[in-house]
Write a new protein. Sequence first.
Length: 441
Amino acid sequence: MSSLYQSMVAVIEQTITPLAGRLGQQKYVIAIRDGFTAALPFMIIGSFMLVFIFPPFSADTTIGFARAWLDFSAAYREQLMLPFNLSMGVMTFFISVGIGASLGRQFNLDPVMSGLLAFMAFLLVAAPYADGKISTQYLSGQGIFTALITAMYSTRMYAWLKQNNITIRLPKEVPTGVARSFEILIPVLVVIGTLHPLNLFIEAQTGMIMPQAIMHLLEPLVSASDSLPAILLSVLLCQIFWFAGIHGSLIVTGIMNPFWMANLSANQAALAAGAALPHVYLQGFWDHYLLIGGVGSTLPLAFLLLRSRAAHLRTIGKMGIVPSFFNINEPILFGAPIIMNPMLFIPFVFVPLINACLAYAATKLGWLAQVVSLTPWTTPAPIGASWAANWALSPVVMCVICMLMSALMYLPFLRAYERSLLKTEEEKTQNLTTAVVDANT
């Protein structure tokens, strides 16, 4: 057992930790993560409006309150949809600006200008203008990958031009704001002069503008991201990174966010059209079934720690129980500890994997309502799961089942760890008693 653990630690230290470290510090991964974080408040509010517009009641209900809500929503649907259309409906606006600003900051550019340049680059290829109108088809989830590509391209081009002194420099006496405006003139011209002809060429050759062509190319990858193997792989990577002391959630969510947002947009469009929801694996699925109480689904473990015979574990349980309700479990991860603790490695890794299989199977069987809304990751699991699925009851039941399964898996490993701690405490007490007796004699 000892040699197996040493081998595992060696693999983590020599292979996984350096790889995760490089990936976590990669400029473009950081920029994508920051872009989605910047857009998050707007998308949460927009998602909430969608839930309000489509209340969780049967269309033929006779309950007074429910009937009044449904009738009000139907009568004022167009007005109520406006906040949704200007938040979730144009999520790529916020994402492109956020990515451009973050990447620009990392290249020592003006973040406001780099964010606006990224925004313009996206509109240039994703918002065709015809008959006096701008098409909004690719401003939501369908245009996410285009927003990522154009934001990274435009900001990188801006940085390259500045690094090679291909820019307009004004005297120091010129106000800073004016100088910045002239500095970005050449990057704007270069971005327009490259992206616009490329978009026209793609349209001429394929009959599709750039975002449509990108989604066509990525369609197999987007479909694969919604499969059980994709769920299990992303969870496994997250857990192993965290076990090595690396913030695996930031790495995995940074990679998965574009797929989650595209799938969420498709689910919301299906909800609005009254069609079946096409996707299972979204951020609400990740947050509220796989990370109950935080990475590793440690909320049930926090309850178990409260009744531990080891004083150390009881103290950690008291410290960690309240934050765990809001999916913050660093006190438990580093206090128990779970990080690099071979006694808790198996449940820490396999509990979320088993929960993923349970929730995915229940969804495919039609027992579990699917996610249609974006919720804050700090929302307690049963509440957040129900909220994300348009306030359905089945997610609450699923959360309870996942918590019970998690507790059953953690319990035997916790008891073994507890016995080892108690043995150590007894040995320390005996050594201390012996030392006191020796000192008195």
